[in-house]
Design a protein around this ligand. Structure first.
Ligand code: GDP
Ligand code: MG
Length: 454
């Protein structure tokens, strides 16, 4: 049986521009609309049922002609662009849609630019939330008002100041190859980026934001969201986590099919594909029912896409964040899943033996993103692997340095440099370029190389 699942929505943006505040605000709207059915907390995600969207949207729903068939929206709770890079699925992005949040008073910042680059690369449709409009001088705050209602109440000076700030943002988007406009001035949502001015803190404009994202999902992603619900599940590991009493667990976003308690799952491990039987499927207990922090989860028998779920199973120690999770209900399916996962890992984890740089990253997804970027710049890679930067990595870079002084270097995305690694690297002159913004890491390397060459 086919059904339309919830679109998976990621929230990206520069640090402190309001990602957490916006998600909190969306969750809080629950209180205001109890009769519309609750917002459900998933592992790593929050689900807003379509009834809640409709209730919040009120008369704005008329923006959307025709019936809304989506069951709801699933917001991923691990915001930050670093996390987004690990949200990969089928070589693309796990997120069907994204909200890019920009502090309208600060404008574009490094992580804003990086977020846009990633969205572009994955071809993820997105809308823009221009946040913190309440900070504009003389702005009159009315909590939870739709933006267009709130905007009309502002005096001309405040309105003009917002327009100026929006124009700056629109100009920056233009430089990056996007045509953007305030959402109510957009003619064609397939060609123009919609910007919704909001105040996450006071809930202004959240109504329009939800309606727009639901509308876009329905209009442009309906086919993609149509899934065979009963089929074996597919998902992506968000996080590998130690839990008291449960051992190593994986937090997974399921984007296809149904995961059952008696399924066998195959996931990507450090050096192989891990095949294991599910011990428990766990979802978070409602906050008001947690009396003992050791018992924070409820067990469920099955879960259908789209959903966030914690899986407890033996042998998950070596599981990799960003790896696919494939459920299998027969020997044959297990074999197929193993092949599929191994081929994905092999494509990402490089062991070329060539004269080239060493690349380390925190997840499979970020490793893939950083390596791709280096390859596009024609920087050869000797080794690409998940994990912190170790002494072994430095030793390997040292051996490269003898062959080519510009390639005896290490790149790291969102990883630590072990102390002994740092010591040797400093002593023997092996540069390490680490950070959580890919283009910055590469810029640092290019600047260093240029200085060396002179
Ligand atoms: P994140 O790093 O993107 O998750 O940003 P946060 O949501 O943690 O927000 C960073 C800071 O900005 C916090 O102090 C928030 O209270 C504040 N903030 C977020 N949204 C708004 C807003 O709409 N208006 C104002 N005035 N402050 C905001
Ligand atoms: Mg945050």
């Amino acid at each position: 049986m086919k059904k339309i699942r919830q679109p998976i929505i990621a929230v990206l943006g520069h640090v402190d521009h309001g990602k957490t505040t916006m998600l909190d605000r969306i969750r809080k709207t629950n209180v205001a609309s109890k009769e519309a059915g609750g917002i459900t907390q998933h592992i790593g995600a929050t689900e807003v049922p379509i009834e809640v969207v409709k209730e919040i949207a009120g008369p704005l729903l008329s923006l959307w002609k025709g019936e809304i068939k989506l069951p709801g929206l699933l917001f991923i709770d691990t915001p930050g662009h670093e996390a987004f890079t690990s949200l990969r699925a089928r070589g693309g992005s796990l997120a069907d849609l994204a909200i890019l949040i920009i502090d309208v008073n600060e404008g574009f910042q490094p992580q804003t630019i990086e977020s846009i680059e990633i969205l572009k690369k994955y071809k993820t449709p997105f809308i823009v939330a221009a946040n913190k409009i309440d900070r504009i001088k003389g702005w009159k705050i009315n909590e939870n008002e739709p933006f267009l209602v709130n905007f009309k109440k502002q005096d001309q000076r405040a309105q003009q100041e917002l327009e100026t700030k929006l124009w700056e943002v629109i100009g920056k988007f233009y430089e990056m190859g996007f045509q953007a406009n305030r959402f109510d001035r957009v003619q064609d949502f397939t060609k123009e980026l919609a910007i919704v001015p909001i105040s996450a803190k006071y809930g202004i404009g959240i109504a329009e934001l939800l309606v727009l994202i639901a509308g876009l999902a329905q209009r442009y992603l309906e086919q993609k969201l149509k899934i065979e619900v009963e089929g074996p599940a597919k998902g992506t590991i968000l996080e590998v986590r130690e839990e008291i009493g449960l051992g190593t667990t994986i937090d997974v976003i399921v984007y296809d099919g149904t995961l059952r308690k008696d399924d066998t799952i195959v996931v990507g491990g450090k050096d192989e594909a891990i095949v294991t039987k599910i011990r428990a499927l766990l979802k978070p207990k409602p906050l008001d029912e947690i009396r003992d922090p050791r018992f924070r989860f409820d067990q469920v028998d099955e879960v259908a896409a789209a959903a966030g779920i914690k899986i407890a199973a033996p042998g998950l120690d070596g599981a990799l964040a960003g790896s696919p999770v494939i459920a299998a209900r027969s020997e044959e399916d297990v074999e197929k899943a193993k092949q599929e996962i191994l081929s994905q890992i092999e494509r990402i984890k490089i062991e070329s033996g060539e004269i080239g740089v060493i690349v380390k990253a925190d997840t499979l997804g970020s490793l893939e993103a950083l390596s791709k970027e280096l390859q596009e710049k024609d920087i050869p890679i000797r080794k690409a692997d998940v994990g912190d930067i170790s002494k072994t990595d430095v030793m390997e870079a040292l051996s490269i340095k003898d062959e080519n002084e510009y390639l005896g270097v290490i790149f790291g995305f969102n990883v630590k440099v072990n102390e002994d690694a740092r010591e040797i690297a400093d002593a023997r002159g092996i540069p390490i370029f680490v950070g959580n913004i890919i283009y910055k890491i590469i810029e640092d390397y290019e600047a260093w190389r240029k200085a060396e060459e002179e």
